[in-house]
Design a protein around this ligand. Structure first.
Ligand code: N01
Length: 851
């Protein structure tokens, strides 16, 4: 027997309890056992409303019932009939299950305490179930809305009642039932099926017990064969509501549940079928005790979401319409794959769509910060400045979208909230906040590395009475700071670009600095016509140079000697030269610039002197000078007039290392030195980098495992592209790829090409799934860590290691050996038939999802 461990342990505990088997007890005594077990179940989630009611039965009696209304606005109503062989259990014992269903499905759940046998024999339970359904229809408004769809559900004998009320509704012509959820339902009184004879199945429900139930409920054998006792006996199942049928592997009811699913499907009813392996009968009704129970609630919740939402199919769903998602869409479309891109913004551009703060521009030179996949595209676009502004880059993204007609496959203003992999169908279902569910073979997260702004982690941030802005979510209409007292919190790249612009408008600007940055002058200027045309002539060669360069930035070239081998005069010459050469100007001047403390100190000291020369007030200059980490171990910044801005009379710097921030108040900001009032606060406090956007979506892989759980101690991937346990999921520039340490355009193109080629390779071979092995993932993690430890990167409390987000696990999240080395590794993995990955062909299935 192969039950899961929790089930095995539970059965072992139950076996140690003394007493006769239940089928030798009176129903009254047997009910007490169920009550004892239920005392171990948790209370379940909080509800907006929980109310007990009495439903009038058609014979004049009263049926007890309980309404659980979820916190979220109800999307539907489910009438739920509990299991217990028509003899045992009640709605108190199913209270937690009802709450779980209500919370997960955002539906009002009506738990029905139909009358039990032997006090009330067949067909009382079926009649009560029907009366409760009709009461629900008549009282929909009080349950959440007169237009809400109605579903029925139940487990075991409750599944039997749910199936029966659907047949009754069909016969009566009403009500319309949107869905029937049948969890290991009793569908037939035939107890001669092989699943009854198999000893492996004689667990919480065994053959004598089933006989005991039937004998109490329908002692007359002829009654049992009626369709309102054995719904499988119905002549015609066509026209019944779509069904979700769940079974357990070790359950005597498994075969009759399967038979009903099969009969429904043959009658043309859409059926989604799932067997929970290594589970026994009743697992669905044991919350808190069996982990599979929570997974089953999730599973039925997902199915209900699909049925209630809009449901569609695609070959691939890509999340994000930034530069990664756009190119990914183009590639997949060319391969003939039906591709849907889901984008939260109302336009393309990703980072360049959201980051509209004043002064936002790229710190990679514009001639190299563009797509290289189409020689014609690079000829018909001309950059105007050495470093392009955000508006210019955004218009480039829009130009690309138009040129390749990308928008038609992008759904804008829609967020992906959840994605669930189904091992039975080998497909992902991707859920959006607009109620759509998309089933897809491949799921690609092109969500960017710096796309989720860090939540302001400062006490009282929400209490400020004036407007607040986050640089990474800047209003499209812009912000006018004229005459305002403005606070900017942070001195990273975003703040450094924004501060000089804000200072020009604001009456007073106060900058709150916790860690000084190393910022180099951008040296921005308009590009000359000859610079642009020269690059256009040599673009093809340049693209190759980008691909096989350490950072995807071919100039300046990397010097090969460690600093110690370079004579003092030559060192100085290189430093002077590097100072004007942008982001990689100084890190390329010595081979060991980012690996050796002394070498790095030469550069860091040089920059410190330069910073001091830019600020008139010596004390202020000292405060702005970084000492606590080596140059380059936090992302360096490029600025235009950042340090000079502090020479203005209307600009003040607060050193939070000396006077720590205490809180934001309704009027301003309080530090240990006192409180200052402001009209506006700008949070330039950075991002939940690398993993933020991936974990914002609730991604569930094999066995319902959550990516959030898998990465609780830091992200683990293979090549930063794929994740063990999450087949056919790809991450573009994911954690432990070079990504943020490189020119993102070069890294994005490399990943998109690799993923597209991989999908093409699978399709040529008829392969259905691909996922990395745990071993490959482990080897990659070890290699990453070893490479990072050869550098100075781990010395800084940077967002590269998650240090900027309180509580985030600390691991170095980018591959440091360079995009050139990385590309060679990725190419070799592909050339060797995707070593480190496991692939599988399509499975033979009992049942395909159809809806
Ligand atoms: O964010 P950051 P960013 N109290 O995390 C401070 C890219 N980028 O948006 O260092 C007080 O770098 C924080 O202080 P500390 C680029 O890769 C590119 O500026 O944590 N202060 C820091 O000073 C960049 O690296 C461009 O001590 C708090 C600042 O806020 C990345 O985006 C332009 C605080 C955050 O700096 C992120 O840059 C802009 C608190 N509670 C950005 N929390 C280009 O040019 C945070 N800080 C392409």
């Amino acid at each position: 027997m192969k039950l899961d461990i929790a089930t095995t342990a539970l059965l072992a505990q139950l076996a140690s309890a003394e007493g006769p088997p239940m089928y030798e007890m009176s129903p009254q005594d047997a009910r007490l056992i169920g009550e004892g077990m239920a005392s171990a179940y948790p209370d379940g989630p909080e509800m907006a409303e929980t109310r007990d009611i009495q439903i009038p039965a058609s014979d004049g009696a009263k049926i007890r019932a309980r309404i659980h209304r979820p916190v979220d606005k109800p999307k539907g109503v489910m009438v739920f009939y509990h299991g217990g062989g028509w003899v045992l259990s009640n709605i108190d014992q199913y209270d937690c299950v009802g709450r779980q269903l209500a919370e997960r499905t955002a539906c009002t759940v009506l738990l029905v305490d139909y009358r039990k046998a032997p006090e009330h024999r067949y067909p009382t339970a079926a009649n009560d179930a029907w009366d409760a359904l009709n009461w629900t229809v008549a009282n929909l408004k009080t349950l959440g809305g007169a237009d809400l769809p109605i579903m029925v559900g139940g487990d075991s004998a409750g599944g039997n009642l749910a199936a029966i009320v659907c047949q009754k509704a069909k016969a009566a012509g009403a009500p319309k039932i949107a869905l029937q959820m049948l969890v290991y339902p009793v569908t037939d009184c035939d107890m001669t099926r092989p699943s009854y004879a198999n000893m492996d199945n004689q667990l919480l429900l065994n053959t004598p017990m089933m006989k005991w139930f039937w004998d109490h409920y329908a002692p007359n054998e002829a009654d049992r064969k009626n369709v309102d006792a054995s719904p499988l006996h119905a002549d015609d199942l066509s026209g019944l509501p779509p069904a979700v049928v769940v079974t357990a592997e070790y359950d005597i009811l498994r075969e009759e549940s399967e038979a009903y699913a099969d009969a429904l499907r043959k009658a043309g009813v859409p059926v989604t079928f799932k067997q929970f392996d290594r589970q026994m009968h009743n697992f669905f009704a044991m919350p808190g005790l069996l982990p599979a129970q929570a997974k089953a609630i999730d599973y039925v919740g997902d199915q209900i979401d699909q049925h209630l939402g809009r449901y569609s199919q695609a070959d691939v769903v890509v999340v994000g319409a930034g530069f990664a998602g756009m190119y990914q869409l183009k590639r997949l479309r060319e391969m003939g794959l039906k591709t849907r891109v889901i984008e939260a913004g109302d336009g393309v551009g990703g980072t360049w769509y959201w980051n509209r703060y004043p002064g936002a521009r790229c710190d990679i030179e514009s001639l190299g910060y563009s797509y290289g996949f189409d020689p014609e595209l690079e000829q018909d676009w001309s950059w105007s400045e050495r470093y392009a502004t955000q508006p210019e880059i955004l218009s480039y993204a829009e130009h690309v979208a138009k040129r390749y007609d990308l928008r038609k496959d992008i759904t804008f203003e829609t967020r992906v909230t959840r994605a669930v992999y189904d091992e039975d169908t080998s497909r992902w279902t991707i859920y959006t906040d607009t109620g759509e569910a998309i089933s897809a073979t491949y799921f690609i997260m092109a969500t960017g590395c710096l796309s989720v702004p860090k939540e302001p982690d400062i006490e009282g941030a929400e209490s400020f009475e004036g407007p607040t802005y986050i640089t990474g979510r800047w209003p499209h209409e812009g912000v006018d700071f004229t005459g305002k007292r403005v606070a900017v919190i942070g001195t990273g790249s975003s703040a450094i670009q924004a501060i000089p612009h804000i200072a020009e408008q604001a009456s007073q600007l106060t900058v709150y600095q916790r860690t000084p940055a190393y910022s180099l002058p951008a040296g921005n200027r308009p590009l000359t016509n000859s610079e642009v045309s020269e690059m256009k002539e040599r673009y093809r060669d340049f693209r190759e140079e980008q691909k096989y360069n350490f950072a995807g930035i071919p100039k300046p070239e990397r010097e090969l000697e460690p600093a110690a081998m370079v004579p003092a005069e030559e060192r100085q010459r290189r430093l002077e030269e590097g100072w004007t050469q942008g982001l990689t100007g100084l890190t390329t001047k010595f081979a060991d610039a980012l690996a050796d403390e002394e070498s790095n100190a030469i550069i860091s000291d040089f920059i410190r002197e330069r910073i001091k020369a830019r600020v008139k007030d010596a004390e202020l200059a000292e405060t702005l000078t970084p000492y606590s980490y080596p140059f380059g171990t936090k992302r360096p910044c490029l600025d235009t007039n950042f340090y000079e801005t502090f020479n203005r009379d209307n600009v003040t710097l607060v050193d939070l290392r000396k006077t720590p921030m205490e809180k934001v108040t309704p009027k301003g900001i309080k530090t240990s030195a006192g409180e200052e009032d402001f009209d506006v606060i700008v949070f330039a406090t950075g991002f939940d980098a690398m993993t933020g956007a991936l974990l914002k979506v609730d991604i569930r892989g094999k066995g319902g495992a959550a990516l959030r759980d898998k990465w609780a101690n830091g992200p683990h991937t293979y090549l930063g592209i794929a994740i063990a346990g999450f087949p056919n999921l790809f991450t573009i520039t994911g954690p432990s790829s070079p990504s943020v340490l490189s020119n993102m355009m070069v890294s994005i193109e490399q990943h998109v090409d690799w993923v597209s080629d991989c999908i093409g390779w699978m399709r040529e071979r008829g392969l259905e799934t691909i996922e990395p092995t745990e071993a490959a993932e482990e080897e990659w993690a070890e290699h990453n860590e070893a490479m990072a430890n050869q550098t100075l990167f781990p010395q800084a409390n940077s967002w590269y290691i998650g240090a900027n987000v309180p509580g985030k696990p600390r691991t170095f999240m980018a591959y440091v050996a360079g995009v050139d080395v990385y590309r060679i590794i990725c190419d070799q993995v592909a050339a060797s038939g995707y070593s480190g990955f496991e692939t599988a062909k399509a499975k033979q299935r009992l049942e395909a999802v159809s809806a």
